[in-house]
Design a protein around this ligand. Structure first.
Ligand code: RAM
Length: 879
């Protein structure tokens, strides 16, 4: 087994398994080998104590093919306990063992609230203003005895905090501790601070701002959503060579003062007055006698949870492409990319009191900064310089969605080297790629990737710029498959699903966004919302399919069933939602008036019936996975009855939709609501409908993600291509042809004449309509999971005459899978990489019988059938 390499064992869905919340974390490993047909036949796990206190443990040779999320084999971890984990494996003929993997160190956090000795403390801030409150500096001085072996700093906050220790910033996370359903789940972070701590006096500092806890949140001007007092809870834990441990945390000896950040708000921006900086405030030797005593802040420690996924971090730098002077004479920096993060500036020497201002926007309108779509989120930063020479500055408690930055008050002439954008999001591992020969489709895909980055900032949000930025459940529901291909989302979304469950109403209803912050007084009363509430069932199912983690289904089971029960209750006895009311329905249908996004081509009851059937079916499948036969039967029956109701209410016997619209057919086909004899006809009618619609989008948030699949699955791939390649509005490529670098909320967020859509709800960074990328991955390139965790892969590419090649790759739980097709005339060459321990079903586009293959590199060739070879359908007018 010399050609086999084992990656280090991974722990649950953690990128860095330090301070984890699982006492018995599950283990996964990837074997890398080019050996054809390789699959694991057995493994051995070794769990050792790096400190040598506990005896080593090994499973011995376990005859098993399992290598994804394998149960923790040793004694459960206690709080702060560390282990080293390694694995070795045997191949298909029992050959082996391989060499051991490099060990992974896993360390538990505080698994019991009683392990916290700190108390939360907070400043007494001045009365709130309107553009954000000052951030506070808090400091505590602690004595640490000598012979330090290791040190950990654990922290959380009511607000957001930057941590300091002995003059250094701790870790690389930003916006700590992120946003959770704070009143039930408050996340804490753990940092290795062994290199920063020292024997003797240590100073721990916390720079604390309002963040989601106390700042502006939501679209009706709310603030203080979780409370009006910010606070920080942190604990320094130092292990000594003699086995003793020093634990010191925030307590009433801490002191606080206002510092240089005179205003900090996620939506509104930040002001930094450099003249107010307090050099050395976070290190020993600073005189804090004039600082005020902190107050103890009530904090229920039973809410504390460890992270399940990566933290929010700075992930890349984007440099300006141009510095413009607008018609009105303003200086505007163009970054060439709509992104989420903030600017970092490098100032020359300038007189004290020089004020430099930044305003951020996603687009220019008639050459000037287009800030109207931001509504109340002013996204304005400011620094007041202190005259003490050149310096660098980046705000730390705010985040903006922008491509353009207007700069005022710059001392001298602004040059591109003076500033750069810092991109910020949840630091998920990138797992998926797609590329093809069509530059516009490529750019569409790149726009989807950027909208994922911009909207996965701890919470999966609808948009990152205006006064909203909420975890709208429907948006993620449709986008989760795409996001989970592009990035390893399982850790982050497991946490978000726990928030969803925590936020569920006692009757099982799911709020329209999570974390939920109450009902907007301006919105019509919402009942169980089709497509939005279904995030409770469909997101766990997507994560199960993509990551192979059945534990997510087990954890979400009460939430999933409660949602379907609540949804069925709204449907009523007849399962037809006849009690009425309002629902988002097929939101933002291309034909809906700008100010009435719910006015779709199909009634919301149709959408609701289809979604109820789909969710009930998924819950029945989840019950099967979890071995609950009674629940499986109950929900399968609900799915059947709801499907029958859908057919009775919304279809003719032949499969023609009562409301002829792309969404009606797409839901029926994609959710498998048709009788076998209706399916072919419905597929043909969908293709006809798309042609009638001029190969334009004719659907909204819920229908759009399904249309291409419904066409391809009923043999109308060429029509799907017609939709995909359409450039006139509404279409996926219209924004691209208008220069978009992210996915827009509306098909026409920017009108053809360069003016911004007049609707009060217009975002240029909204991933929902980007969910078509899942089709690009699964069908255009042809790389889809056929069994949970891609243990089996389905390769069914859909080549087109319009493209010369397409390729996709995905880092599956078993290793890298890839598909690449090349077209030469009508001849298609296909190259497929099937990861070790998996199999694949290859469905060639020539309609021949599927081919089964095992792990390894495979090549196939075929000739396109006549329909595809003919290229676009006759009616297709792309330009
Ligand atoms: C708006 C946004 C969001 C959507 C809700 C219903 O706030 O378009 O994406 O989910 O409406």
């Amino acid at each position: 087994m010399t050609s086999l390499h084992l990656d280090p064992v991974t722990i649950e869905h953690h990128r860095e398994p330090l301070g984890i919340g699982e006492a018995a974390p599950r283990l996964s490993w990837v074997a890398r080998t080019a050996e054809a047909g390789w699959r694991q036949s057995a493994y051995e796990l070794r769990v050792t104590d790096p400190d040598g206190v506990t005896a080593p443990f090994t499973t011995g040779r376990v005859v098993s093919a399992d290598q994804v999320l394998v149960s923790w084999p040793a004694a459960p971890l206690g709080s702060r306990e560390r282990r080293e984990v390694a694995v070795r494996v045997w191949g298909p003929e029992g050959d082996g063992p391989s060499a051991w993997s490099e060990p992974t160190v896993v360390e538990a956090g505080l698994l019991d609230p009683g392990a916290w000795e700190a108390v939360m403390v907070g400043p007494r801030l001045p009365e709130p203003g309107t553009e954000g409150e000052p951030a506070a500096l808090l400091r505590g001085s602690v004595a640490v005895p000598a012979d330090i072996v290791r040190a950990r700093l654990r922290a959380t906050a009511h607000g957001i905090v930057t941590l300091h220790l002995n003059g250094s910033v701790v870790g690389e996370d930003v916006l700590t501790p992120g946003w959770t359903t704070y009143d039930r789940r408050l996340r804490y972070a753990t940092y290795d601070v062994t290199d920063l701590v020292r024997a003797g006096e240590n100073v721990v500092g916390a720079h604390l701002a309002d963040g989601w806890y106390r700042g502006y949140l939501g679209f009706w001007g709310q603030r203080d959503v979780y409370g009006d007092r910010t606070g920080v809870l942190l604990q320094l834990e130092v292990d000594h060579a003699d086995g003793t441990r020093t634990i010191v945390g925030t307590d009433e000896t801490w002191r606080w003062a206002l510092g240089p950040v005179t205003r900090a708000d996620l939506y509104k921006g930040e002001t930094h007055d450099a003249r107010r900086e307090l050099a050395g405030w976070d290190a020993p030797g600073f005189d804090a006698s004039a600082w005020e005593a902190v107050d103890a802040i009530p904090c229920d420690l039973t809410r504390l949870v460890a992270p399940t996924g990566p933290a929010v971090r700075r992930t890349r730098i984007v440099h300006p492409v141009e510095i413009l002077t607008t018609p009105s004479g303003a200086t505007v920096v163009d970054l060439g990319q709509n992104l989420v993060g903030r600017m970092r500036l490098r100032f020359p020497d300038a007189p004290a009191g020089t004020v430099v201002g930044l305003r951020h926007a996603e687009v220019l309108e008639h050459g000037e900064l287009g800030t109207r779509p931001l509504r109340a989120a002013t996204q304005a930063d400011e620094i007041v310089l202190d005259g003490r020479g050149p310096r660098e500055w980046e705000p730390q408690f705010t985040i903006h969605g922008f491509r353009y930055v207007e700069v005022t008050g710059w001392p001298g002439t602004l040059a591109a080297e003076d500033l750069e954008a810092v991109v910020i999001h949840t630091d998920m591992r990138r797992t998926g790629t797609f590329a093809c020969s069509d530059p516009l489709l490529d750019r569409l895909h790149e726009n989807v990737v950027w909208s994922t980055r911009g909207n996965f900032v701890d919470v999966p949000t609808d948009c990152p710029q205006r006064d909203e930025r909420l975890g709208w459940t429907g948006d993620l529901q449709v986008f989760a498959p795409t996001a989970s291909f592009l990035f390893d989302t399982a850790g982050m979304l497991t946490g978000w699903l726990a928030d969803l469950a925590a936020d569920q109403a006692p009757d099982g209803n799911v709020p329209p966004y999570v974390p939920f912050m109450g009902t907007d007084p301006h919105m019509p009363p919402l009942g169980a919302e089709a497509g939005w509430g279904d995030a409770a069932t469909l997101v766990p199912w997507t994560l199960y399919e993509r990551s192979g983690d059945a534990g997510i289904l087990a954890a979400q089971w009460p939430s999933m069933t409660a949602w379907v029960d609540a949804f069925a209750a709204r449907a009523g006895e007849r399962l037809d939602f006849s009690s009425g009311g309002f629902s988002f329905g097929d939101w933002l249908d291309a034909s809906a008036p700008d100010d009435q996004p719910w006015k779709a081509r199909v009634p919301w009851q149709l959408v609701s019936t289809a979604y109820l059937a789909r969710s009930a079916r998924v819950v029945a499948s989840a019950a099967e996975v979890l071995g609950d036969d009674a629940a499986a039967a109950r929900y399968a029956d609900l799915a059947e009855r709801t499907g029958a109701r859908f057919r009775a209410e919304y279809l003719t016997a032949s499969g023609r939709a009562a409301y002829p619209a792309q969404t009606a057919y797409a839901l029926a086909i994609a959710f498998d609501l048709l009788l076998p004899e209706q399916r072919e006809h419905a597929g043909a009618l969908l293709a006809e409908q798309v042609a009638v619609d001029g190969f334009h989008i004719g659907s909204g948030f819920l229908g759009t993600p399904l249309v291409c699949d419904a066409l391809a699955d009923t043999g109308h791939g060429a029509t799907a291509w017609g939709l995909l390649l359409q450039k006139a509005c509404p279409s996926w490529l219209y924004p691209v042809s208008m220069g978009a670098t992210t996915i827009w909320e509306r098909w026409n967020s920017m009108l053809e004449d360069g003016s911004i859509n007049p609707g009060g709800m217009t975002s240029f960074n909204h991933y929902a309509f980007g969910s078509v990328a899942d089709f690009l991955h699964r069908r255009v390139a042809g790389l889809a999971p056929a069994a949970p965790g891609y243990r089996r892969i389905r390769v069914a590419p859909l080549p087109s005459r319009e493209l010369d090649w397409a390729e996709a790759s995905h880092e599956t739980p078993y290793g890298t899978a890839s598909v690449c097709w090349d077209r030469d005339g009508s001849a298609i060459a296909l190259a497929v990489t099937v990861p070790p321990s998996t199999t694949a079903e290859i469905v060639l586009p020539d309609g021949s019988e599927p081919i089964e293959v095992a792990a390894g590199e495979h090549r196939f060739a075929c000739v396109l059938p006549v329909e595809e070879a003919a290229g676009r359908p006759a009616e297709f007018v792309a330009d």
